[in-house]
Design a binder for this molecule. Structure first.
Ligand code: HEC
Length: 186
């Protein structure tokens, strides 16, 4: 009598409603937990970026604005660098490497975060779109957060963090407050 204990499949309309509820609550979560990133611009100048990345910016990346605005990834401290370049970056920029909330260099960090976002209920980013997105974010973070651009990037993050502290004091303490080196805090 195996058939008798098998649970009935929910009606298709119920499945759709569940997915919707999941996405809506993820959006609520995303908006209830703001980040300093959110206070920055939602667009960037990609006119000098390679064609493939311009295409991702105009297309797949927009799916990252389903639960929070694009300001969240575009003003993020995450800097994706291959392992071989990490030490050189830290040696060349000892001050920048002091505070991970200004710039956080890590191998594979965007790949990991895009996957984390893709696992959230209601996220409809397809695997090939996810790959294009993390490739874009990898290129973009290297372009805007290293070399000649690092100094202005740090100033940008410092402004965002100071504005965030003024606006969301409790949340600021929650996410940035336990940073161990007070001299490096904004
Ligand atoms: C289904 C809803 C949803 C979608 C779609 C989504 N996010 Fe998020 N995102 C969240 C939530 C919720 C948080 C806060 C909690 C967390 O980090 O998991 C968040 C946080 C973030 C953060 C801040 C992480 C940190 O700790 O600093 C970044 C960066 C981010 N998202 C990037 C992206 C990118 C890139 C995409 C597209 C690939 C994306 N998100 C798509 C829901 C979403």
């Amino acid at each position: 009598m195996l058939a008798a204990v098998a649970p009935a499949l929910p009606a298709p309309s119920l499945i759709a409603a569940d997915v919707k509820t999941g996405a809506a609550s993820e959006k609520e979560k995303a908006l209830q937990s703001p980040y300093a990133n959110d206070l920055g611009p939602e667009t960037i100048d990609i006119s000098k970026y390679p064609k493939e990345h311009q295409k991702t910016y105009a297309g797949a990346l927009k799916k990252c604005a389903q639960c929070h605005s694009l300001a969240r990834p575009l003003n993020s401290q995450f800097l994706e660098l291959p392992a071989a370049e990490l030490d050189a970056f830290k040696k060349a920029n000892p001050d920048a490497a002091k505070n991970p909330f200004l710039v956080q260099p890590e191998d594979g960090i965007w790949k990991r975060y895009v996957k984390r976002m893709m696992a959230k209920p209601g996220c409809d980013i397809k695997p090939e779109e996810g790959k294009a997105i993390y490739k874009f974010l990898e290129y973009d973070s290297k372009t805007r957060k290293t070399g000649d651009h690092l100094k202005s990037w740090i100033e940008h993050r410092q402004k965002l963090l100071a504005g965030f502290k003024a606006k969301h004091a409790a949340r600021y303490e929650e996410i940035y407050g336990d940073y161990q080196d007070p001299s490096a805090r904004p």
